[in-house]
Design a protein around this ligand. Structure first.
Ligand SMILES: Cc1ncc(COP(=O)(O)O)c(C=O)c1O
Length: 386
């Protein structure tokens, strides 16, 4: 066995539970996957065309570290139109390699060794790992189905220590589908102000809400100066493979992100920046079409799982449901493994999203209505055999 040259930080990272299931499922035939965390739609055609046009017209070079100015201008106008918030495109916005890179930049820019980041869980699998890689310490607080998976401001405040640097909010939420009320976000904002803490708000699913208001955190009174807003194209515009997103915030913070970005990736992919610009210009009808199709599936799967006896919170945003499997007597890992082996349906164990997800599984409805119907039938069969 060769010596382990990896750093302790990396050696100690838990592999993503999601990957493990994908790897097993990939070796099997006829699997219906409810495990996928990306739209099943392809990118809207005019957006693809804009990417191709950019290549044909010779846009094959690095861009400014911040990203092309027209894209930053379009992001700025988009945020103002949707949320009434103003960012200077010159120095308050950076185009990144997806929200994934924006998270990496944000933590690396903000955290000194041992700094703590409060993270409501269940949450996106990368959050804790990214904090650890940046030398910080993730402090998980639990959200519960009884509270509609919304973070409790009192619990957040109790978790604050002199080492707390930031609170990370990821709503609409992956994996629960929770959306946080304005009232709760305002209460969290007051806590951030009182303890002088930065808020990182990952709003990558901001357009995917179903009859609920998505409140853009930095648009709350007094919050813009202490918030880094992370936004993306992957989910709203079905552009996961383009690897494009952005961060917006006060120039002093964005400048920190740009410094790391310029030494690590230089600039986000040029073709993707042009495609993202087109998405902001012409993407709205496509977003609305995808949204209404997700909504149809959302209703089917939410009702279907509850009818099968798995208590399931009605998701208000994103494209996931998070049924409780406590009453099956199986752990979430056993449930997911057996469902895959016995019925060929892939779901993700809830504990992949933090310990608050123990006893739940995540099902994505970014797959066709017909496949969801078939999956529900198979889950019903599986439950009867138990
Ligand atoms: C909450 C959340 N944030 C960020 C990401 C990463 O997005 P991107 O494709 O922009 O890197 C995901 C992807 O699943 C996500 O669910």
């Amino acid at each position: 066995m060769p010596k382990n040259y990896l750093s302790q930080k990396v050696s100690g990272l838990r592999p993503s539970g999601i990957r493990k299931f994908f790897d097993i499922a990939a070796t099997m035939e006829d699997v219906i996957s409810l495990g996928i965390g990306e739209p099943d739609f392809t990118t809207p055609q005019p957006v693809i065309d804009a990417g191709i046009r950019s290549l044909q017209s010779g846009e094959t070079h690095y861009t400014s570290n911040h990203g092309i100015l027209p894209l930053r201008q379009a992001i700025s106008e988009h945020l103002e139109k949707l949320y009434g918030i103003q960012y200077n495109p010159v120095d308050e916005i950076i185009a990144t390699v997806g929200v994934s890179e924006a998270l990496y930049l944000t933590f690396t820019a903000l955290l000194d060794p041992g700094d703590e980041v409060i993270i409501p869980t269940p949450c996106f699998v990368s959050y804790q790992a990214e904090v650890i890689l940046a030398g910080g310490k993730p402090v998980e607080i639990y959200t519960t189905m009884e509270d509609d998976f919304e973070p409790n401001p009192d619990v957040i405040e109790k978790a604050i220590t002199p080492k707390t640097k930031a609170i990370l909010l990821g709503y609409p939420n992956n994996p629960t589908g929770a959306v946080v009320s304005r009232e709760k976000l305002e209460a969290i904002g007051k806590i951030a102000e009182k303890h002088d803490i930065v808020v990182i708000s990952d709003e990558i699913y901001d357009r995917l809400v179903y009859g609920h208001e998505h409140v853009c955190f930095p648009a709350l009174p007094g919050m813009q100066d202490r918030t880094i807003l992370l936004g993306g194209f992957s989910k709203d515009y079905a552009m996961t493979g383009w690897r494009i997103g952005f961060a917006a915030g006060p120039a002093s913070l964005i400048n920190g992100l740009v410094r790391i970005h310029q030494y690590s990736v230089m600039s986000a992919p040029t073709i993707s920046q042009y495609a993202a610009l087109e998405a902001l210009k012409v993407g709205e009808p496509y977003v609305q079409d995808m949204l209404s199709e997700y909504d149809r599936r959302r209703k089917l799967i939410h009702q279907g799982l509850n009818d099968l006896g798995l208590p399931t919170f009605e998701p208000h945003g994103a494209f996931y449901v998070f049924p409780s499997i406590h009453n099956t007597g199986l752990s979430d890992a056993e449930f997911a493994e057996r469902l895959l082996m016995e019925e060929r349906v892939a779901v993700v164990p809830g504990s992949s999203f933090g310990d608050a997800g123990l006893g739940f599984v995540r099902c994505s409805y970014a797959t066709s209505h017909e496949k969801i119907e078939q999956a529900l039938e198979k889950i019903g069969h599986f439950l009867k055999q138990l």
